[in-house]
Ligand binder design. Structure first.
Ligand SMILES: CC(C)(COP(=O)(O)OP(=O)(O)OC[C@H]1O[C@@H](n2cnc3c(N)ncnc32)[C@H](O)[C@@H]1OP(=O)(O)O)[C@@H](O)C(=O)NCCC(=O)NCCS
Length: 166
């Protein structure tokens, strides 16, 4: 296993992430939200055009995760105007889970947050995403709030808000 994490700097890389997002979302969220909501959220938040807008208009950065030079995951982050760093996306292909790659991904997030001078990392996670919740708790994140967010299309996100103090 040789894991590398690289900041996305080309349209080609972002296109590859969009394709991977489509696969991962349709694999991991089928027991949690409806297929209609998965399709809607992938298009709204994880499509090439959506991620391009996030990077240009909202100061997002994306990182590609490679194992033995093959794309297997991605990270999306955004510095807030206060002392917080938003971990927006943390996704790993199912074949690569349980091997310690998530820890490397989270360390990368913490490093980038510190480089920006931030004191906290926060994220939202679906209340029924048991595995991700267990991973965040094991890493030292704590629940600081809950949020039900109307995302349009008749859908809501029902999330915990987790925070990690750097
Ligand atoms: C979330 C995700 C990136 C985590 O990656 P992963 O490979 O499954 O995580 P790991 O199995 O390596 O677990 C990470 C850590 O949590 C621990 N952990 C995992 N499941 C646990 C459980 N049920 N109880 C306690 N600890 C647990 C692991 O032991 C590991 O700890 P360590 O690094 O100290 O050894 C991955 O599961 C994923 O992409 N899931 C689908 C997408 C998703 O839900 N993303 C998050 C959206 S908010």
């Amino acid at each position: 296993m040789a894991v590398t994490i690289k900041k996305v700097s080309s349209n080609t890389e972002l296109t590859e992430i969009a394709a991977l997002a489509d696969i991962i979302w349709h694999e991991c969220f089928t027991d949690i939200i409806s297929l209609g909501q998965i399709d809607y959220m992938v298009e709204k938040f994880q499509s090439y055009s959506a991620m391009t807008r996030q990077i240009i208009e909202q100061n997002y950065s994306y990182y590609s995760v490679y194992d033995d030079e093959k794309l297997c995951g991605y990270i999306g982050v955004k510095p807030e105007s206060d002392d917080r760093f938003f971990l927006s996306k943390l996704y790993l292909h199912s074949e690569k889970r349980g091997r310690g790659i998530a820890r490397l991904m989270l360390e990368k997030v913490f490093d980038e947050a510190k480089k920006c001078g931030k004191k906290k990392v926060y994220l939202t996670v679906n209340k029924h995403n048991d595995h991700a919740i267990a991973v965040y708790k094991k890493t030292g994140f704590i629940i600081v709030n809950e949020a039900v967010t109307d995302i349009g299309g008749g859908y809501v996100m029902d999330d915990y808000i987790f925070q990690y103090n750097l």
